[in-house]
Ligand binder design. Structure first.
Ligand code: FE2
Length: 205
């Protein structure tokens, strides 16, 4: 099957001034689009062609098909990341996810500090994540380049993209400022809560 670039779940200027329309024009319109186009080229006529994106990610990870893995994973990561953002988001969550952050991660302030630290200390390109393991326990992780929780049998609840293309136009080299703004003003806690409550995010073909 051929994959398509999903539309952003908000207008490209909806997150200004925190993330500009120009950043989305490049990040979604060029970078994310390029991963989708490349993935379709790489899987055409192969055993991967009939698989879902999640199946492609797991199989290419296991079989060391690096180019397919990188483009498939980046398509998944970006599709997921857009859902993690919303206008007037961020700050402390409420409800069950807030209680779980309290019990597993020491509360929101500690979570925010540790999540920011993971995002800042990811050397080079990558992602910071809030994940759950098979037992349901929350943890904070970071991955390099295209790598993602799905390849490590973890479930993603939240992510922030810390590739330079995610923030350079708006923040230049100030990754800590971008991550702090993400936490304070952009996190879509409704999406995180849905994932925590059992929804499994899947990317449509
Ligand atoms: Fe990105």
């Amino acid at each position: 099957m051929a994959f398509t670039l999903p539309p952003l779940p908000f207008d490209k200027s909806a997150l200004e001034p925190n993330i500009s329309a120009k950043t989305f024009e490049f990040h979604h319109g060029k970078h994310h689009n390029a991963y989708v186009t490349k993935l379709n080229e790489l899987i055409a006529g192969t055993e991967f062609e009939k698989l879902s994106l999640e199946e492609i990610i797991k199989k290419s990870s296991k079989d060391s098909k690096q180019a397919i893995f990188n483009n498939a994973a980046q398509h998944w990561n970006h599709s997921f990341f857009w859902e993690c953002l919303k206008p007037n988001g961020g700050g402390k969550p409420s409800g069950d996810i807030a209680k779980k952050i309290e019990s597993d991660l020491g509360g929101y302030e500690k979570f925010a500090k540790d999540f920011k630290e993971a995002a800042i200390t990811q050397f080079g390109s990558g992602w910071a994540w809030l994940v759950t393991d098979a037992s349901g326990k929350l943890s904070i992780t970071k991955t390099a380049n295209a790598d993602l929780p799905l390849a490590h049998d973890l479930k993603a609840l939240l992510t922030v993209d810390v590739w330079e293309h995610a923030y350079y136009l708006d923040y230049q080299n100030r990754r800590p400022d971008f991550v702090q703004t993400f936490l304070d003003k952009l996190v879509n806690w409704d999406f995180v809560a849905e994932n925590y409550a059992g929804k499994t995010f899947k990317v449509a073909a």
